[in-house]
Write a protein that binds this ligand. Sequence first.
Ligand code: FAD
Length: 329
Amino acid sequence: MAEGNGVLIIGETLGDELTLASQEVLAAGRKMADDLGQELAIGIFGDVGGDIAQSAIAQGADKVYSVTSPMLADFQVELYLAAAETLCKETSPSIVLIARTNQGREVAPRLAFRLGVGLAQDCLEVSADAATGRLLANRPVYGGNAVAVVSCNQTPQVAAVRPKVYVPLEPDASRQGEVVSFPVDLDDSIVRSRVIEVVKEEAEGVKLEDATIVVSGGRGLGGPEPFAQLEELAKLLGGAVGASRAAVDSGWVPASYQVGLTGKTITPDLYITIAISGASQHMAGCSGSKAIVAINKDAEANIFKEARYGVIGDWEKVLAAMTETVREL
Ligand code: FAD
């Protein structure tokens, strides 16, 4: 039986709200805690206002540790790490979960190292084996071509969960939980790098990761100009534009457009791919789409194995006809 007790989430906040990714991890953690018959706790760092603790409880937490220090006002990785390490050491959880956001990518490996344990990175699914207390994590390996089931044999068992694979629980305001004040003593001299400014990326229209319809373009478009036509179709459909890594690496669109293993994970209702071959690393970011429509001139392209509907042909002609039809609807 694994040592420690309970599932602890290292929470992430934006303003006075838990990030969507942390809400998703709460859903994953709730199920694991139920399966183990243990408690689900979440650490919330800094003096965040609002009803954040109550909303974490409404979304599944049994206990909220309000980890406070005047030095936790802004995210500085060394200070957050020191606070998270103290929280883990003093509360001795059996399992620690972190959302694999940009912040989570910085914190999770370093936290695991400081705790002297391994890390199940980029998990697509996490579960708990009630008989052994073991965390079981499904994670992509070989560039997304296979999924390995990982279990950790040290305590705590730490996993970073990929955003957009879990759906947050519906808030239940009647849920009861405990809020525990957890002040930490931090030394500012440990800070080696500082966040000087946070610049919000201005994006028009729907965000790629929130869009229910996404139109993505790949290398077969041949250059940056055709993306204007993808934008037009996406706008008509109320959706967003994405891209393959080949299009991003060519400098045709910003990195924030990239869908895939090393880009964003999206789960739209409709995913239209235009001149994308459907490499496994691309599919790793969009295989949760409800329906994929592919336009590609190569009938043998892998994308047709994944798509519900496919058009074999030159993208220019097909996209023009599709846009025209949508415009007339
Ligand atoms: P290609 O594979 O070159 O495909 C272009 C397609 O366009 C072809 O199928 C071709 O038939 C079609 N085409 C050409 N002309 C036309 C036309 N006129 N009309 C219609 N169709 C046409 N990739 C990602 O996308 N996201 C990732 O996050 C990602 N992460 C990676 C991580 C690692 C570790 C590695 C090794 C690779 C990663 N890749 C990722 C790269 C991935 O392996 C592929 O190289 C990439 O997805 C290919 O992009 P593409 O489909 O646009 O280009």
